[in-house]
Design a protein around this ligand. Structure first.
Ligand SMILES: Nc1nc2c(ncn2[C@@H]2O[C@H](COP(=O)(O)OP(=O)(O)OP(=O)(O)O)[C@@H](O)[C@H]2O)c(=O)[nH]1
Ligand SMILES: [Mg+2]
Length: 295
């Protein structure tokens, strides 16, 4: 029998490149939410996949941006921590990205000592010629990296990527029980599903200004009872989220409940309320309470 292998594999990259889609595809489970908008992921989310002789612990991370407020600083701290912990590094870019968004990270990645995979995602949107050009470009930039064109969404070259990653794993024991696929709680998943529905339903700043705080999550025999607060930054945002005669909030509740029923395969009672915590995105205490590890 071969020695057991295990390791931390960090997925970092530009916003919207498809990091969460890739992680979910690699672990074949919905650990992270996905949306067409940037800054969908705000946390470091572990996605775990195990076999008899290996365990891979992926970190899905927020897209690299220049932080404008404390919540975004905390998001970038998650990226930096994931970089530090990595046994293997994946930098994910979309086929139409011509460069790694932030030069500081570019230098960090170039200086990093662990195996590096540059994965060029969304190749389903491009011609063969464009794909070949992109592979040459990135291989030239990162001579020591493995450069693969993939499509996380269409499951193109994901299996091969996974096999190549297993090959690079260091020897070691499993870090987590082999039957779990994420480090996050059911409560966290509920808050993420509600936030995802907000990213789809509301425009501009609204989804970026909210946090979802699940205050009650109770399994009863016939259903799950959930009470969650949508936290806004300003009172004026409250009105938009509730909408005329409460219609916007009702629509959100229906959409979220529908997905929660599917995910938990159980009836759901969902009570959504909106409250304002002024400037929570810049307040250390609130950020800590919402799991952003503010210093
Ligand atoms: N066409 C195509 N679209 C993709 C592919 N992978 C992801 N997407 C889409 O790209 C969008 C962003 O995907 P995410 O997985 O949320 O991207 P992300 O990098 O995690 O984004 P942030 O967390 O916001 O940084 C979604 O609409 C996905 O469906 C792909 O291989 N092909
Ligand atoms: Mg994401």
């Amino acid at each position: 029998m071969n020695a057991h292998k295990s390791g931390f594999i960090s997925i970092i990259g530009n916003p919207n490149a498809g990091k969460s889609t890739l992680m979910n595809a690699l672990i074949d489970a919905p650990a992270s939410i996905i949306s067409p908008k940037v800054q969908t992921t705000r946390h470091r989310i572990l996605g775990i996949v195990s076999g008899e002789e290996y365990q891979m612990v992926f970190s899905d991370t927020p897209g690299i941006i220049d932080p404008k407020y404390k919540m975004q600083e905390s998001m970038m701290t998650f990226v930096k921590e994931s970089l530090k912990d990595a046994d293997i590094l994946i930098y994910l870019i979309a086929i139409d990205d011509t460069k790694i968004g932030d030069e500081k990270y570019n230098q960090k990645i170039k200086g990093h000592q662990v195996p590096l995979f540059i994965l060029i995602n969304k190749v389903d949107l491009s011609s063969q010629e464009e794909v070949e050009k992109a592979v040459l470009h990135w291989q030239n930039e990162y001579p020591n990296a493995k450069v693969f064109p993939i499509s996380a969404k269409m499951d193109f070259y994901v299996k091969e990527t996974k096999e190549a990653l297993i090959n690079e794993l260091p020897e070691g024991e499993a870090y987590f029980p082999k039957d779990i696929y994420t480090d996050k709680s059911e409560r966290f998943l509920v808050s993420e599903i509600i936030r995802k529905k907000m990213l789809f339903q509301f425009k501009k700043e609204i989804p970026y200004s909210v946090e979802i705080n699940v205050e009650e999550f109770k399994h009863t025999e016939e259903r799950i009872e959930i009470r969650a607060f949508i936290i806004t930054e300003r009172n004026s945002q409250k009105g938009i989220i509730i909408g005329h005669k409460g219609n916007a909030l009702k629509k959100l509740g229906t959409a979220a409940r529908g997905e929660l029923i599917k995910v938990f395969d159980k009836n759901i009672r969902l009570e959504l309320r909106v409250k304002t915590l002024k400037n929570w995105r810049n307040n250390d205490n609130y950020l800590k309470r919402f799991g952003y590890n503010a210093k």
